[in-house]
Design a protein. Sequence first.
Lengths: 289, 311
Amino acid sequence: MATRERRPGSRRFSPAAAGADLLLVLWFAFSLFPILWMILLSLKTQAEQTSTYFRFTPTLENYTTVLSSEGERITSVDFTGALFTSLVTSLGAVALSLAIGVPAAYAAGRWAYRGSGDVMFTILSFRFAPELMVIVPLFIIYNQLGLFDTAFGTIWVLQLVTLPLIVWILRSYFQDLPEELEQAALLDGYTRTRAFLTVALPLVRPGIAASALLAFIFAWNNYVFPLILTGSENPTVTVAVTRFLGGGGQAYYNLTAAAALLAALPPLLVALSIQRYLVHGLSFGAVKS
Amino acid sequence: MTRTDTPQRPPAGEGSVRRISARRRAFRPYLLSIPAVLLIAGILYPFGLGVYYTFLNYSAMVPEPVLVGLANYAVVLSDPVFWESVRVTLTYAVTTTVVETVLGAGIALLLFRASLVGRLLERLLILPLMIAPVIAGVIWGLMYNPQFGVLNHMFGLGSTFDWLSEDRALWSVVLVDVWIFTPFVAVLVLAGIRSLPREPFEASAVDGAGALYMFRRLMLPMMWPYILVAVIFRFMDSLKIFDHVYVLTAGGPGGATRTLQIGAYQNSMTNLNFSLGSTYMFLLWIIVFITARYLVGVLGKAQRRAAGTED
């Protein structure tokens, strides 16, 4: 992404460049307007939420309400609790995937052992399989095992999201790592384990960080797993935000907007911090940036 | 995802360094993969159970299910509601994929020409993509609201125009998908364009080729593998779409946005007919599987062509 040299075939004419800029501005107006609108709505009072569009007196009250027990009393949504659950389950899911995925990715990247292709493609197929095929039976199993509506239950099922991402990205990092480095360490008398821990692992640290953060984003943003596998005790933020809309009687659109923005903030911040690695990760290593 | 196992050299000279038996060395990759394989088993078990449900009459009404053979498949495949779901899903998936690919590739090309404006805006490209789709659904739901939604106000549509009415709902949820996922195509294609070698362009410029010719005969074929990767991801994800559609319409009105995964959810979780829901899902799974095999084959061919190893 850093190189911006001009290539032949991308000659600049000023009228064409102006037209291109105009088209880009049009796209970004469409793309950014909903976010802007949510920010505005989240700053309105209860009275202004349905009566005004752009002119109003901004207040931060909605944010404090959403996060307080007062908000929980009004809307019966424990949003702070949901934020905490999302943090625990997303971090837990990433940690479990790293513990399981790093050795598997190393094995698949270093040695073409019999069956490695099968393991890798089964893991990849989790990414593309329709989730409900697995969740409905899991819903019944979880109810029998007492895992329904628990953080651990969510962490376990989130492996469908985080594990393929981490294993596939890290395998491509291990494949790109010259094997001679580890062999040099072995010649120096290191054990295989120590060569892996002190030579290979530090060199793929950017890959681990990028894939872990991207996996965190997707775990945080997941909706369908906690929708079915959690209830009133341990819902994640994505489920909690939709609950602001539910229930008859009073509508709290301004609170909904504030909650939606709070829930969207962590993934947005993480994404901006790893923008360099994003393309590689989003395409499961198929496209390098 | 396109790279299959490239044959790798065995770690040369390792045995001479450490006295480890060849057998133990051969086991090492398996040892390292054991946790992953166990986890895979833990995921495949419920999957297998789901397939088993499709041969039962398992529901909340029938807690002690019995085997019914292919009865669920007969019920589902002769049900017009199911075929309507198939139609909705395919319409949704094809429309979103085509629109997002064209728009995304266009945006990538515009950003590649990168004026100062473009360079500043590029930083903001991925914002919608990183918001949870269900939250995007909530955001758009508030904007679509006929009474106070900002869209009706801005376009002067009054409070009777309903974005989520029976004949408009599908296109309104498609629009939200376009909003979320066009940046996905754009960032992939942009990274692809930026990684293209410059020599072929220089050579054909020396030969006096025009800009349009170069775009059609050079740039497009070389970009094609990147576009295809984006198409595969988008099409496969659209086939199992759930999050923002469910929160916007819950499949309604009248089944207008009842995609296959929403249909399965209604069968399994609303009507608690686990067997019927699983049958929906297994049929969708078969569609996804066949599509994936086909698209990956097309991708492999395009990559070989772009690399010049096949004409």
